[in-house]
Design a protein around this ligand. Sequence first.
Ligand SMILES: C[S@@+](CC[C@H](N)C(=O)[O-])C[C@H]1O[C@@H](n2cnc3c(N)ncnc32)[C@H](O)[C@@H]1O
Length: 517
Amino acid sequence: MGELQSYLLKQGLSVSSISEKGRCLFVGRDFSPGEVIFSQEPYASVLDKGSLSNRCDGCFTSGLNLKRCSSCRMTWYCGGACQRSEWKSHQHECLALVNLSEERRNMLTSSIRLMVRLLLRRRLQNDRVISSNVTDNYNLVQELVAHMSDIDEKKLVLYAQMANLVKLILPNEEIDVKEIVQNFSRLVCNAHTICDSELRPLGTGIYPVMSIINHSCAPNSVLLFEGKLAVIRAMEAIPKGAEVLISYIEIAGSTETRRKALKEQYLFSCTCLRCIKVGSDDDLKESALLEGFRCINDQCDGFLLPNPDGKNFTCQRCGLLRNECKTRKRKEEVGEKLDYASKFVSSGKYSEACNLYRIIDQQQMELYHPLSIGLMRTRETLVMILMELKDCEEALRYCQLTIPVYQRAYPEFHPLLGLQYYTCGKLEWFLEKTLNAVKSLTKAADILKVTHGATTPLVRDLMGLLEEARTETAQYQYTFVRCSMNDTIDVVYICCHRYVFLRTAVSEAHIMSCVIC
Ligand SMILES: C[S@@+](CC[C@H](N)C(=O)[O-])C[C@H]1O[C@@H](n2cnc3c(N)ncnc32)[C@H](O)[C@@H]1O
């Protein structure tokens, strides 16, 4: 730790341990929003099954001209450079894969492949075939928390079976099953899901320094990936001496849901700024809005709480009762439909999925509050499906409906909020709603420059589109005027030849209708 501590001090960071959390990462100077706090390549990483054949195993980029390893026929590379740089370790993995029976190959989960790579790297670093350094060595992996005393018997048996499979895959390596069992336990609460810039999962990696960072449901930092490189940026101004905190889980959820997820996977009870409010009036309201039912009067936007008798729910605004039994039955019906609909999506039956999700949307609107997470998820899926079906008008409508829920569920500078504005902006631009596109793309840029960094390809593309949209609107000077006849406000556009024309409805389509030029 001494060597790592000195290294981190030079980066304006430090590690200390506190009893309730274990190790914590602190900043030794002020960091401003968007500033990179730390970045790290993985000690070991693997692509998910779904990305194995369409991403380069070396740099994780996607491409049309990927070349398959001719021996194991399991890993793909974008070119000679990546294949050569991976060869020192892949040659051992390759040999192990070639010697595996088809049956054993089918048993290779991401965790098993990750463990195989971890052990090979350890040996190659020990043998000095691969270099190691202060942030890239097996000792750091061994320092990761394993929570061995909290793990139940069933899981231990499973990890032992997995460790034996690893032993069979690597017969020539010195393998201590007990150590591998510990390592599997470490992976559960320390491995990171590697995502692309739009936060779609691609694989899993182990980043031993990144794994020092603790969780908060109100995080001040965000962890994103550039290829396999993990980059942590400040989401807000972080003053000298503060702890760097990221979110391990989806933070759009009630306190109960978040705490349950953290307890199950990371084995701790969260006491962050949001979680300590559990049970308070504010928390009950927030949780009821996000995950509870809506008032049976569709004109009322109150939130519902269960009655002490457990039979009904009462609207906290108008006092109307909602029947518990009927409501739960309806919820189950919607749940069954959701299962069907997701099967349509995974089998590529988008029209069928679209019809069913529209019905689910209607039923959820009657069941849940407009700000509910369930409704938001249905609408996110509808946006994706409608874009596949090239129905941009409808996709935009649903996308716009999700924005108020995103604004409520996520912090001001959260990547998912930025990405949702970006989707809105792209749809508006495509549908020639240029003024709206400029507004949405500007909001997306303000957020994504902070979370992703101004120079990343995603933000560069976004800035290019924004520039184009701004240029188009700049051709038309416009101003707001009050109509003397009916006192309504309208927009006057002055076209590029300075002829003035009036329009009657607020729609950018009228920009195109200047008959003079
Ligand atoms: C990725 S590690 C974080 C670093 C860890 N503190 C260490 O000592 O190595 C995840 C583990 O840290 C602890 N942890 C993370 N965030 C926490 C929090 N907000 N409160 C309490 N424990 C936390 C839990 O034990 C969790 O399983």
